[in-house]
Design a protein around this ligand. Structure first.
Ligand code: GLN
Ligand code: ZN
Length: 767
């Protein structure tokens, strides 16, 4: 019989119970016991879901009050010294508040300390806490939570499989800290890490655990030779453990790590058969006869219902060949999809029938297993038929396929992505028209989203504030933002984005082809969740989306007003995207819709338009060899959205991340007249990449960190801009903050911007 399981389940809860409980605990509204009780209740419910769906085991170890990578750091006793946890480590039990301090810098008990770094987990939107490593690092088993959870699950009568980030992926995700951090080889710590993993596995075996899944998604990336060797060394050592090991790989194919992974001495191997279906055959051919193969065939990264009939046909020969050794699962942990579609009672029935969230993906996995075993009940048959009908309906739906969109896309030519003239000529025309001083000042778009603004938006959304009243409220906000910017003396103004809840949702709500859920939350980090729109069909723009706000804003001032749009790649990247056509094609549709908006803004007299692409970099594939292919279409989509304007209209873009070195060619290829970036924390060293590449267009390197409440001093910003001027000719420099100001209050923003404007004046006198 085909064995079914999941690599992990969302822990946040269908109603974000975990978020609510942890935040209440941090605030002091509930005590530790109440928090632990909520954790237990969620685990119990999630295991029950897995059993009720009919999976062969429940997965234990995927729960975390903050982050599963942090959990392993605790398990290994990798707690940096500044958290003062020596006693806890000596006792072999790190306190939960210590974990929260590592994650957030503070907790209800214990001294505050600088939080650990957080960064994106592979190519997902989930953020993990980066393990901090140093050469003298000692490891010791320092948390019994995992064992307690195993005991809990067993007490509930479940068959248990334990899931744990594998030793090499844990090290791979870690970073050297302190002296010699650059030269420090993380692999030097491997033996110490393995020692503790060995203890963990032994203890799990004592608890009667048969299977332990070690997650090694690092195997889906390009690995240096030393790391590949380390995999062999590590797994040969772990082989001695008295449990069976399932090596789990996902987020992509094994590629050049395939032989390595297939030959590691483990009892089962999990493959991502959604991202790379072709690797399955190659692995099957080489799999030793005692090994099981777990195929991740249900998409753990997206929300679409699976094509079970097609999967059945594809897998039937494999099932015949592998028999009991074939396991089925979603491609990766279900952490990356929303919890339960059943809650979406407001989504129309048709759209709903096309979707599967985590809970539904359990059913799909089980159903597919039963179909392969030819043991379908009458009810199962009916569910399969319903699934097939829903898929057929989706394929044929006019809501998905709009002939006008396809025709327009087909008519696009290379010339549509080209501005009329090269940057040099455009810059001359724009300088004349905009009449900006040297070191022009601007901001990135949003101003403080005050409680009143959010309340007005909410009231409007719930029908408690009439359209006209809402419009008047937002116009008053815009007027206020314009007044403040004029008083500050900024050179290029923005309308402030008061009307936007979120930079993607705002556009998704105004474009055809997008749907929104009520509870489709996915954990982003700690207690933070995001609710990505569902991009289900051809994208079209029924009406202008931002023009009236920008037009109104421009009518209030003689200074140039910057139009403000979210770029095609960012809209794509922060949505659940349809899986029935290449992402590039979907992105081009968004680009065309934005192109119309850009044209309308220009026609309305807007002289500068910013198209934000903060997510361009995070769309990079995990494998280097695939970067160029992605960058080619991503860059072209941006250009397609922008290149409709005349030379005199200035196109801006904005990105907030701190690595440009390896994609600087693509950044230049965007051919934006002005790019604003986050640089203040890198001391302008980030601009080296722009200098070395001889980046030709204008740059606004951020001069102050918007994440900090501190007011930046004039001198400090002047010094930063002097450093910028050493790298970029002054005629091409702008002065602006790192990013938008929506999370700050006016009390911080006004003095900070006043200093920034003063800094620009000092610079103008000097140059
Ligand atoms: N224009 C947006 C803002 O200012 C940009 C946000 C972002 O870069 N993430 O808020
Ligand atoms: Zn930004």
């Amino acid at each position: 019989m085909t064995f079914t399981h999941v690599l992990g389940y969302p822990r946040i809860g269908a109603d974000r119970e975990l978020k609510k409980a942890t935040e209440a605990y941090w605030k002091g509204d509930i005590d530790r016991e109440a928090l632990e009780a909520e954790g237990r209740a969620l685990r119990r419910r999630h295991w029950a879901d897995q059993r009720d769906a009919g999976l062969d085991v429940v997965t234990v170890g995927d729960f975390a009050f903050y982050d599963q990578v942090l959990n392993v750091s605790l398990l290994l006793g990798a707690v940096p010294a500044r958290f003062g946890a020596e006693d806890e480590l000596a006792r072999g039990e790190v306190d939960l508040d210590t974990a929260f301090r590592m994650a957030r810098g503070r907790a209800p008990s214990g001294e505050p300390a600088a939080a650990c770094e957080m960064t994106k987990y592979f190519d997902t939107n989930y953020h993990y806490l980066v393990p901090e490593l140093h050469p003298e690092q000692r490891f010791r088993l320092a948390s019994s939570r995992l064992f307690d959870e195993v005991a809990e699950a067993r007490a509930e009568g479940h068959a248990v499989k334990v899931a744990l980030t594998g030793p090499l992926t844990w090290l791979w995700l870690g970073k050297g800290r302190g002296e010699h951090a650059e030269a420090f080889d993380r692999l030097a710590l491997l033996d110490g890490v393995l020692e503790v993993y060995g203890q963990v596995l032994a203890r799990l075996a004592e608890q009667g655990v048969e299977w332990v899944q070690l997650d090694e998604p690092a195997l889906a990336q390009d690995l240096p030779a030393a790391w590949r060797q380390a995999y062999e060394r590590a797994y040969h050592r772990l082989q001695a453990a008295p449990v069976k090991l399932l090596l789990a790989t996902y987020f992509g194919g094994l590629g050049d790590n395939l032989s390595l992974a297939v030959d590691l001495p483990v009892d089962a191997l999990h493959l991502d058969a959604v991202r790379d279906p072709d690797q399955v055959e190659r692995v099957v051919d080489r799999l030793l006869p005692h090994k099981a193969l777990s195929l991740g065939v249900i998409d753990g990264r997206n929300v679409w219902r699976a094509d079970l009939a097609a999967l059945h046909d594809r897998l039937a020969p494999l099932a015949a060949r592998l028999g009991e050794r074939l396991w089925l699962a979603p491609s990766c942990s279900l952490l990356h999809v929303p919890v339960d579609l059943a809650a979406e009672t407001e989504l129309d029935a048709e759209l709903r029938s096309w979707l599967a969230f985590a809970r539904q993906k359990l059913d799909e996995t089980v159903l597919l297993g039963r179909a392969l075993d030819a043991r379908l009940s009458a009810e199962d048959e009916a569910r399969l038929a319903e699934a097939a009908a829903a898929l057929a309906a989706r394929r044929a739906s006019p809501r998905i396929h709009r002939p006008a969109v396809a025709e327009r896309l087909a008519a696009v030519t290379a010339a549509d992505s080209e501005r009329a003239s090269p940057y040099g000529e455009r810059a001359r025309v724009q300088r004349c028209r905009l009449a900006l001083p040297l070191f022009p000042t601007t901001t990135i778009g949003s101003f403080p989203q005050t409680a009143e603004i959010r309340a007005a938006r909410r009231a409007h959304r719930h029908g408690e504030l009439a359209d006209a009243d809402y419009q008047a409220r937002m116009e008053a906000e815009i007027a206020e933002a314009v007044r403040r910017q004029e008083a500050l003396g900024l050179d290029m103004l923005v309308h402030g984005e008061a009307e936007r809840n979120d930079m993607v949702e705002y556009f998704g709500e105004r474009l055809d082809g997008f749907a929104f859920t009520r509870f489709g939350w996915v954990q982003s980090y700690g207690s933070r969740c995001v609710k990505p729109p569902i991009l289900f069909g051809d994208v079209a723009r029924p009406a202008a989306m931002t023009v009236r706000w920008s037009e109104h804003a421009q009518s209030l001032t003689d200074k140039p007003m910057k139009g403000m749009l979210t770029g095609p790649v960012t809209i794509l990247q922060w949505s659940f995207v349809r899986d029935d056509q290449p992402r590039a094609a979907t992105c081009r549709q968004i680009a065309l819709a934005l192109r119309d908006e850009v044209a309308d803004l220009e026609a309305a007299g807007i002289q500068a338009i910013q198209i934000d692409e903060p997510a361009l970099r995070e769309g990079l594939p995990l494998r280097r060899a695939e970067w160029q292919g992605y960058l080619d279409w991503a860059v072209d989509c941006f250009r397609l959205s922008a290149a409709v304007v005349d030379d005199a209209t200035q196109i801006h873009t904005h990105m907030c991340y701190s690595e440009f070195n390896d994609i600087i060619g693509a950044i230049a290829a965007l051919d934006a007249d002005v790019i604003t970036i986050e640089t203040s924390r890198s001391d302008m060293e980030l601009l080296d990449a722009f200098r070395d590449f001889a980046y030709p267009n204008e740059i606004g390197p951020g001069v102050y960190d918007i994440h900090s409440p501190n007011i930046p001093a004039v001198d400090w910003m002047v010094t930063l801009m002097d450093k910028a001027a050493e790298r970029i000719p002054v005629e091409r420099l702008w002065v602006n903050p790192d990013c938008g100001l929506k999370t700050r209050g006016w009390a911080e923003v006004e003095p900070a911007l006043a200093n920034m404007v003063e800094a620009a004046r000092v610079l103008r006198r000097r140059h």
